[in-house]
Design a protein around this ligand. Structure first.
Ligand SMILES: Cc1cc2nc3c(=O)[nH]c(=O)nc-3n(C[C@H](O)[C@H](O)[C@H](O)COP(=O)(O)O)c2cc1C
Ligand SMILES: Nc1ncnc2c1ncn2[C@@H]1O[C@H](COP(=O)(O)OP(=O)(O)OP(=O)(O)O)[C@@H](O)[C@H]1O
Ligand SMILES: [Mg+2]
Length: 823
């Protein structure tokens, strides 16, 4: 098999014509010169006019040449020829040297013309060939055309339908057609049914106008496979400017186009990802200047890309206290690792602080120096606040468990101390000095009781008497009292909600909380100021409002009032405020106490709810105020939040579940007066000392008391007549059965038995159903007795005990008033 490139080259016909014409011209000139010499030497001066053939030979250079002979040559040849002719005319035979010089010039002129002209004629397809090529044999150039990988074809527009007259081997390889199958056809046969019309229009008009074209067209190979042909067409003209040929240069760029497409797709995809991801992506140079930022970055920071570009992160986005965190990103970590991970806080255009978790990786420049850094950041402001929030909640939970455990044990001790002191002071005939001692001891025991009550309140274990409360009424009745108590330097203002803010909570505790907050506010305004108590109804949908769990870091130092920050929610998950709220509650009611006092630093704010945390001097504060409000709010199904800015003021919100039912006359239990004694009370208490003092108190109150040390004993007593009217029982008792189970059993035996629980702390749910687990809620609702057993918290005074027992008797006595369902 012979290689295409070995084929002999067929020079174009026109080339041969040109060469013969010039060879013959050259021959005529030379012959004329030699003939003249010969005649000169041998002949007489009669041949005087023999200079003219030289002149004629010079002038006989063909016309139509693209470049004329240089003018000086023309002039020199003409003058010398005339001189020489003139000398011969005068018959002076000594001028042979002049003739030789003149002859040489004429020959040189002829030579000069000839090869130039011959070269032009011999290479019709390259009218603009350079002089260097002039010496290159045509065969060599043709060999190059044959050897290239680029397809080359020549068409002849002077023939019908501009057919291919030459195709190189590379074109055969590209199209799959041998040269002889292409020659004689217009190249359009390669298009089959395909073709980009715009590209073909381009070619068509270029061909028509005899100009160049540079297009990509879809062509089909002989084997049917489609390929993309990068086609360049250039016209060829002869010396007279007439269009003689077209040269087509073809390359199969299918793979290249595919690669380009893939690259483009990839680039588009990358751009789309970059613009749609939630993450911030920035390209930052080694000097910390932003080179590029994605859409998320614009969205989050509030700056447009043009405002970000070229700016240093440290100048535009970093709060001063954060400068160090960012600087670390530009150095490899301790292990020399590439990807840096860290968190930093940025300031948005609006001055908000956002917390971002970054990973940074350097991008190597061409010289392997880290020129750029790719920053990819996630906005973790919310998550971070929630984590801090739930961390705080966990801490409070643990402290709550601890304090209520201690308080429970102390309550038993205090009950004994208090009861016995009360007993002694009444029964013994003490002199004034001793009576004073006992009074002091009783006072101390009372204070101890208050302390443990606060601790229980914080641990959400206080005994609450929830009632329907209108916060507006509650605030209105207290505001005068507050104005008087807080002193003249403090102005008390109230802003009450237009919608009545009904809630169900223990009114005594709400009052307590309000007074506590007012005292805190007073202490924060030693030089006076304004205390504002306001109520409002918060929408049930929290979306539009401030999520108390997320505001921790926001808006600091902007002087727009206290920032919304720390909060503690009851039953809330670490997430949104509304998430764990009972779905039946139509939102929340808010009681807000704001002051214009010293405010709290973030550190104080973070610890304000902790029991015993106080910044007040020794003896001035117990640090139990906010913690008990916190416990109360949570136990009531709400939460508390603090917003505070140092030097601006503080506002504390108590949020409680909103109640949409208006109170009925039955809800007002205050009208109930005490009833007469002499009823039988069965007292069940495992602690001997507590039992003894309680029994003594009951007897004092006129009740007939029968004692039991545990549930089993109590059940025996219940079985024997006379049956008791009221069961007063401790909640937590040894022997397998607790007070609630006992009460349920006793109720089953004696449906009209009154029940009063006494406890060191109140377990969350003491309803009969909670202990039996079997009763249906509807049966419970139908039975007026099936409601949570009232509970009296230790330590209690005789008066407390009296009130509680009589209260119980009221509800079970035939004809007595009972609290209906829903209470
Ligand atoms: C020198 C030359 C080479 C050409 N090579 C190709 C080619 O490889 N593939 C192609 O589709 N068209 C090629 N063409 C274009 C077609 O020959 C033709 O000009 C085009 O299809 C538009 O004209 P039409 O409307 O007459 O078909 C070439 C044209 C010239 C002058
Ligand atoms: N309105 C307020 N302004 C500034 N700081 C306050 C405010 N309320 C509370 N604090 C800070 O929170 C701390 C805890 O308050 P909390 O009410 O729990 O305890 P206390 O007021 O110090 O003591 P107690 O209430 O038991 O008398 C206070 O010591 C004070 O530092
Ligand atoms: Mg306080």
């Amino acid at each position: 098999m012979t290689d295409d490139r070995d084929r002999p080259i067929q020079p174009p016909r026109q080339t041969r014509v040109g060469r013969w014409r010039h060879l013959s011209l050259w021959a005529v000139c030379t012959a004329t010169i030699f003939a003249t010499f010969a005649l000169d030497l041998v002949g007489p001066p009669a041949y005087a006019a023999n200079g003219f053939p030289y002149l004629l030979a010079v002038l006989a250079v063909p016309r139509g040449r693209p470049r004329p002979l240089p003018v000086p040559l023309w002039v020199a040849a003409l003058v010398l020829a005339l001189l020489w002719g003139g000398a011969v005319w005068h018959g002076d035979g000594n001028l042979a040297i002049d003739r030789i010089v003149a002859s040489a010039l004429v020959i040189a002129a002829a030579w000069y013309r000839w090869p130039t002209q011959a070269r032009r004629e011999a290479a019709p397809m390259d009218a603009a060939a350079t002089d260097e090529l002039s010496d290159m044999p045509v065969r060599l150039l043709t060999r190059a055309v044959e050897a290239t990988d680029t397809g080359i074809m020549i068409t002849d527009p002077r023939l019908p339908d501009n057919p291919i007259i030459y195709a190189n081997p590379a074109l055969s390889r590209i199209t799959g057609y041998p040269a002889d199958e292409m020659i004689g056809r217009n190249p359009r046969f390669l298009q089959a049914d395909l073709g980009d019309q715009a590209a073909l229009d381009d070619v068509r008009s270029a061909v028509r106008a005899g100009r160049t074209a540079d297009v990509r067209v879809e062509n089909r190979r002989k084997d049917g496979r489609v390929f993309i042909n990068a086609l360049q067409i250039s016209p060829v003209r002869d010396v007279s400017g007439t269009l003689t040929h077209f040269i087509g240069i073809q390359r199969d760029v299918t793979d290249q186009v595919e690669t380009e497409r893939k690259l483009r797709d990839e680039t588009d995809l990358n751009a789309a990802i970059l613009e749609t991801v939630e993450a911030l992506i920035l390209l930052i140079d080694a000097a910390g200047r932003i080179v590029h930022a994605n859409r998320a970055c614009e969205r989050l920071t509030g700056y447009r890309l043009d405002a970000l570009r070229g700016r240093r992160v440290a100048d535009l986005l970093l709060p001063p206290d954060e400068a160090a965190t960012m600087a670390a990103a530009f150095h490899p970590d301790a292990q020399g690792g590439y990807v840096q991970r860290f968190q930093s806080v940025w300031l948005t255009r609006d001055g908000l602080r956002i917390r971002l978790a970054w990973s940074v990786s350097p991008m190597h420049g061409a010289d392997a120096v880290d020129n750029y850094y790719v920053f990819s950041g996630l906005d973790i402001t919310q998550r971070w606040a929630q984590e801090a929030d739930s961390e705080q909640a966990r801490k409070m939970e643990a402290i709550g468990e601890l304090t209520s455990g201690i308080a429970h044990d102390f309550n038993n001790l205090l009950t004994v101390i208090q009861g016995n002191l009360e007993f002694l002071s009444e029964r013994l005939d003490l002199d004034a000095r001793l009576a004073r001692r006992v009074a002091d001891a009783r006072e101390a025991a009372d204070l101890g009781g208050k302390l443990t009550r606060n601790l229980l309140a914080f641990g959400r274990r206080q005994s609450l008497r929830p009632e329907l409360v209108n916060l507006n009424t509650l605030v209105a009745t207290l505001s005068d009292f507050l104005s008087r108590t807080l002193g003249e330097a403090i102005t008390v203002e109230t802003v009450l909600s237009a919608v009545p803010p009904w809630t169900k909570a223990d009114p005594a505790q709400v009052r307590n909380a309000l007074i506590n907050l007012a005292i805190n506010a007073r202490d924060a305004m030693p030089d006076g100021g304004t205390l504002t108590v306001s109520t409002s109804v918060e929408p049930s949908n929290d979306d539009g409002g401030q999520d108390p769990g997320t505001g921790q870091d926001m808006g600091q130092g902007k002087g727009q009032g206290p920032d919304q920050g720390q909060s503690q929610g009851a039953g809330r998950g670490p997430g949104r405020t509304g998430a764990a709220r009972p779905s039946s509650t139509p939102g929340l009611v808010r009681l807000r106490v704001s002051d214009t006092g010293v405010g709290m630093t973030p550190e104080i704010k973070a610890r304000a709810f902790e029991p015993f945390f106080t910044t007040k001097r020794e003896g001035a504060g117990t640090g139990l105020g906010l913690s008990s409000i916190y416990g109360f709010a949570r136990q009531s199904g709400g939460y508390v939040r603090i917003a505070s800015t140092p030097g601006v003021g503080t506002s504390v919100d108590i949020l409680l579940p909103r109640h949409d039912r208006l109170p009925t006359a039955d809800d007002d239990r205050a009208a109930l007066g005490p009833q007469g004694g002499s009823e039988r009370v069965l007292l069940v208490e495992d602690d001997d000392r507590v039992r003894r003092i309680t029994s003594a108190q009951l007897e004092d109150l006129g009740f007939a008391v029968c004692e039991a040390a545990n549930a089993a004993e109590a059940l025996e007593r219940l079985a024997d007549p006379p049956q008791p009217d009221v069961l007063v029982t401790d909640v937590v008792m040894p022997g397998g059965m607790g007070g609630v189970a006992l009460a349920n059993k006793a109720r089953a035996m004696l449906p009209t038995l009154g029940v009063l629980l006494i406890s060191g702390y109140a377990p969350p749910d003491l309803s009969p159903a909670a202990d039996t687990g079997g009763e249906s809620p509807t049966a419970e609702a139908a039975n007026p007795l099936a409601r949570p057993f009232p509970i009296l918290l230790k330590p209690f005074s005789r008066a407390d005990l009296d009130a509680a027992v009589r209260d119980v008797l009221q509800t079970v006595r035939p004809g007595g008033r009972s609290a209906g369902p829903g209470h």
